[in-house]
Design a protein. Structure first.
Length: 477
């Protein structure tokens, strides 16, 4: 771990002084918690302002320290992050048992997250805060344990998944599930452990066979096992009527290689050794998941009739699958800011485009502008679709998006002059809902001008803002 900077050391001093005399339910001094949040944020590779805000995240809510004090000492960015986390914490503290008013509670909580979301780091700090609280949940009374655990499964673990923070999602879900349904958790955990014990010798043989074959092809690789989490198994069994015979990925082998070409070469090696199961080959590299996850998945049958799943990906894909947005935070945040200022939102990484929509909506809310959240359809848990330009560029949109949403995502000049659309090579209309994998070709004309009626043919905040801007400009002429 790198040495703390002077700013971080100062934040720790201030937090220790502010929380002096306060204790957690575990009996430990309260400062243990913000220091644990700091460590988690460091492990995620977050920037210094985020780490400082993590240290100070409870001071405004629980001590005499004021937001102005933080702003004066550490700057506006840190103060904004602490303020955002404070507001999220206040909202959560007012919640009853989440089962008593779903979906309204979750919807309202998500709206608040959207309102605070013009800096995604607010959510990341809150996730780190929640993770440490889950790790120490045993100190709370049973009713509070269940409340926090159910909230985690309903809101925070899915949020981690939306940010593609795979390791976090798995840990949060398993920790929470242990309190929501302890008997089921213990049963499934025992089932997984017994399976892994019996499969150990089989996996070792397969690893040796795969390693030899990959070396023969001169592919540089890393090979490791992946064990399915308890909560993931619980959800999968629910899908398959509790039939364990339908669960093929209880244990998987992961092959990590240098580049995309090697991914497909490694897939060929696997299929040359073992028989692939029909319908079990998934190419999430060419067609990423809605949260940006990329990998090749294949389930095979070995010569000894054992069924095993392989996941094949590059190191960059693996890092993103494990830590998600935090994995490439510096690059993404810089690119997000630069492109946003230049109006080049279409050049953002596909997995970040939903963040831009969240930020633009937050800006409107913070400016006091009216935002129809029913029409907005911007939900952190909403499915995303990936559609393609005729040249093969991937565009990320929310499910239910229409051709004008796609056109304005490409460029406002394209959106303003749309006269028609081809979807998968066939003429279509502007009311057609795009589907995952569609190839969309927008036709334009310089003689076409933006129309107010188009407001009913878009769902994304980005397209709505661009269209309204054009309509207002035309009115002033």
């Amino acid at each position: 771990m790198a040495q703390d900077s002077e700013r971080v050391k100062r934040a720790i001093e201030i937090a220790k002084k502010a929380h002096a005399g306060q204790f957690r339910k575990t009996g430990e001094p309260y400062i243990i918690h913000p220091l644990a949040v700091k460590k988690i944020l460091e492990e995620w590779g977050m920037d210094e302002d985020t780490i400082i805000a993590g240290v100070l995240h409870d001071t405004v809510e629980d001590t005499d320290l004021r937001l102005d004090d933080i702003k004066r000492e550490f700057g506006e960015s840190v103060a904004f992050l602490v303020d955002g986390v404070t507001k999220l914490s206040t909202a959560r503290n007012g919640m009853r048992d989440i089962d008593t008013y779903l979906p309204e509670t979750k919807d309202n909580f998500l709206r608040l997250m959207i309102a605070l979301g013009d800096d995604i780091r607010v959510l990341i700090i809150k996730l780190a805060d929640r993770l440490h609280n889950l790790r120490t949940l045993s100190a709370l009374p049973p009713d509070k344990q269940r409340k926090i655990a159910k909230e985690t499964l309903e809101v925070f673990a899915p949020l981690a998944d939306r940010l593609n923070m795979g390791l976090l999602r798995v840990e949060m879900a398993d920790l929470a599930f242990k309190y929501v349904d302890p008997k089921r958790y213990a049963y499934l955990k025992d089932l997984i452990e017994k399976h892994n014990k019996s499969a150990a010798r089989v996996l070792k043989k397969i690893e040796q066979e795969i390693s030899a074959a990959l070396k023969k092809e001169k592919i540089n690789f890393e090979l490791s096992g992946r064990v399915k989490s308890v909560y993931s198994l619980h959800k999968k069994l629910a899908k398959h009527n509790q039939n364990m015979g339908e669960i093929y990925d209880l244990t998987a082998l992961r092959i990590i290689v240098d580049d995309v070409t090697d991914c497909y070469l490694a897939l060929g090696v696997v299929h040359s050794l073992y028989t692939p199961m029909g319908g079990r080959i998934k190419d999430y590299i060419a067609m990423p998941k809605q949260n940006g996850y990329q990998s090749l998945h294949t389930t095979v049958i070995t010569k000894d009739k054992h069924v095993i799943e392989f996941q094949i990906r590059t190191r960059e894909m693996h890092e993103y699958a494990e830590r998600g947005l935090a994995a490439s935070f510096y690059y993404n945040e810089q690119k997000l800011t630069e492109n946003y200022k230049k109006g080049k939102i279409e050049h953002l990484p596909t997995n970040l485009l939903w963040i831009t929509e969240l930020q633009m909506t937050a800006a409107r809310l913070r400016e006091g502008k009216k935002v129809d959240l029913r029409k907005l359809k911007l939900n952190l848990f909403a499915d995303r679709i990936f559609v393609y330009t005729p040249k093969g560029d991937i565009i990320d949109l929310p499910q239910g998006a229409l051709p004008l949403d796609f056109a304005y995502r490409l460029h406002s000049e394209i959106g303003d002059h749309v006269v028609g659309v081809k979807i998968n090579g066939k003429m279509s209309n502007l009311n057609h809902k795009l589907q995952h994998g569609d190839i969309v070709e927008i036709m334009t004309s310089k003689n076409q001008t933006a129309k107010r009626s188009w407001l009913d043919k878009i769902i994304t905040p980005h397209a709505r803002q661009k269209l309204l801007h054009r309509l207002n400009s035309n009115t002033k002429k």
